[in-house]
Design a binder for this molecule. Sequence first.
Ligand code: 6R9
Length: 665
Amino acid sequence: MSASPSAIQSVLVENRIFPPAESLVKAARISGMAGYEALCAEADKDFEGFWARLARENLTWTRPFTQTLDESEAPFYKWFADGELNASANCLDKHMGTPVENKTAIIFEADGGEVTKVTYKELLARVSQFANALKTRGVKKGDRVLIYMPMTIEGIVAMQACARIGATHSVVFGGFSAKAVQERIQDAGAVAVITANYQLRGGKELPLKSIVDEAIASGGCECVKTVFVYERTATAWNRVDGRDVSFTEALQGQSTECAPVPVNAEHPLFVLYTSGSTGKPKGVQHSTGGYMLWAKLTMDWTFDIQPSDVFWCTADIGWVTGHTYITYGPLAAGATEVVFEGVPTYPNAGRFWQMIERHKVSVFYTAPTAIRSLIKAADSDEAVHPKKSDLSSLRILGSVGEPINPEAWMWYYKNVGGERCPIVDTWWQTENGGHLITPLPGATPLVPGSCTLPLPGIAAAIVDETGHDLPNGSGGLLVIKRPWPSMIRTIWGDPERFKKAYFPEEMGGKIYLAGDGAVRDAKTGYFRVTGRIDDVLNVSGHRMGTMEIESALVSKSDLVAEAAVVGRPDDLTGEAICAFVVLKRPRPTGEEAAQIAKELRDWVAKEIGPIAKPKDIRFGENLPKTRSGKIMRRLLRSLAKGESITQDTSTLENPAILDQLAQNN
Ligand code: 6R9
C-alpha cells in the first residue's frame, strides 16, 4: 500500500469532525443526512427504477430507453441500451432557448493571463463548425480520433465536436511522449489526430505537433488520414502536405450549424488510456448514456452546482477528471466554468488564489499534490499565501486524485475555505467515470482524510481476496458490488483483460475490484482509501505502472540488464518513483553513476513522458531475489524508504547487494 505510515497514523487518530453549516444543509440539493439516506433507500428499494428516473430527469434522449440495466452478459453490463442520445447535445443544444444560452460557459485564462469568455450559444457554434470540419475530412460516427491538445477552449471544442458526430475521442495528455502517442494511435486505430503547434506552460512554448509527426513517422500509424493543427502560437510548424490542415483552413466556410448525431446509449463516447499493473496502458472504454448521466448527476450531487456558481476544476483534459469535470459535467449542468492553460506556480505560486479572486470562483476542485506544493510555497513566501487574495466567493472545495493527508486537508480548509467551505474528498478512478465515494456538501459531516460514504446506489464494500465482506475497522480490498451507469464498459480491443483486471474469478466474476486498499471506520462506516494494492504508482495524482517504467528502462538495451521500480512515500508528490537498476557493465559509482542516472531519466522521459522519470536511481550488481529468482519487492520498498532491513532475508539468494542498493544517485 502506498500511503506513508505516518499519514495512516495521523488518520487513525483523526477524531475531528466537521458537520455542514445549517445554511448549506437548508439550501443544498441533497439536504442533510436525511436527504442522502432517502436517496439510498430509494436505490435499495428499486435499483433499476432509481437509475431510470435519474436518467430520464437528467438527460435529453432522442429515443427513450425502455430497458434500464442489462446484466445478461455480465460483467459486460449495459445501461439504457435501447435509448439514443448525443453527448454534445446534452451539454449545449439543451440550453438553447433557455436563459443559459447567453450565459458564459467558459472563462478561459491563458498561461500569460489573457482572459477570453464564450457563451453557451457561441460554444455551440464553435463546436458545430469544427464538427463540420471533421466531417469534411471524412471523420464519421464510429471512427476514433486522437486528441493531443493544450488546455484551451479548442481542446474542449475538439472533444465536443467528436461527440457531436459520434466519433470516439481518445485524449492523450500533452506531457506524454511520441512513443506513447504512437502506441495509442495504433491501439485505437485513430483516423485523425487533433493537435496544436505548441502548448504554453509556465511561460514556455512546448512542441506538440512535432511529437505527433515523430509518432506517426515511427510506423504503424497508416490509419491516420488527417492531422488538424490548432495554431496556439505564431511559431511556424512543419506541414505534411495532404495530411495536415490548420484549424483556420479547416474551419473556413464551414457552417456554424451541425445536427448532433444520435447514438446508442452504449456507443463509446471515449477511450482513455490509463496505467495498470501489467502490460501496456489500457484503453478504458466509456459509454455515452451512463457516462453522461454520471457527469451531470455528480455536478448536482457532489458540487451542488447552482446557476450562480463559477466552477473551476484545475485538472487537464488529458486525464479523466478533465473529461468529466471540464468537458462534460459543467456544461451538462449549465454552469460557468474556468479553464486554465497554465501551471499553479507561474508567474508565482499565488496564481490559483489570484484566479479564484479574479473570476469569483465559488466551487474549486483540485488535487492534494497541488495543495501540498502551494502550502510549501506559502510557508516560504507570504506574498503567495492564500490570505493575500479575496477568497470570499468560495463555497465548496474539492479534492481528487490521491489520498489527502489530514495536515493538507486542514490547511486547505482553513486557509482556502476560511473554515466555511466543506471539502468534498472525491474518490474515483478513470474506470469509474465520476465520483463514487464522496461527502455531499450539504449533508455529510467531514473527517479530514476520509472520502466518507458512497453515493446513493453505489455498493462500495471492503472484502478479502475471495470477495467476502470484512468487518468495519479492518483493512481490505475496495470493491463495488453492483454495476453503476458510468462504469468502464471494456478495455478497448481486449475484453479478456477487462474481465481479468476488474472482475476476478476468485470473487465470483461480477464484483468490480478497484485496485485500492481501504478501511471503514468502526463507528461511522466512513471509508478511508490508503492507496493502490497493485503495482500502480500514484505520483502527483498521475497513475503509472511500475511495469511500464521497468520496460522503458530495460528497453535501453545497450546499457540496462535489469530494472525493478517501486514507489516510496514523498511529502510533496504523494509517491515518488524509485528505480533499482543492474547495468550491463560494472556497477558505476560517484560521478559516473550520476551521469548514467541522468541518462536513464532522460530516456524514460522520452519513452513515456517526463512525469515517469524516476526520482531515485540505485545501481546494484544484482537485484534482491529469492532462490527461485523472484525479485523481492518488499525489500526494495524498504530500501527505497531508507529503512534498515529488519525483514526476514533468509530466502534471499544474495544479501550483500542490499547495501549497494541502499545508495542513491
Ligand atoms: C480520478 C482519478 C485513480 C486512483 C485511485 C486511487 C487514487 C483518486 C482519490 C484517490 C484517495 C481520493 N485516488 N482519488 N485516493 N482518495 N479522493 O484520479 O483517476 O487517474 O484513474 O486514478 O487514484 O488510488 O485508484 P485515476
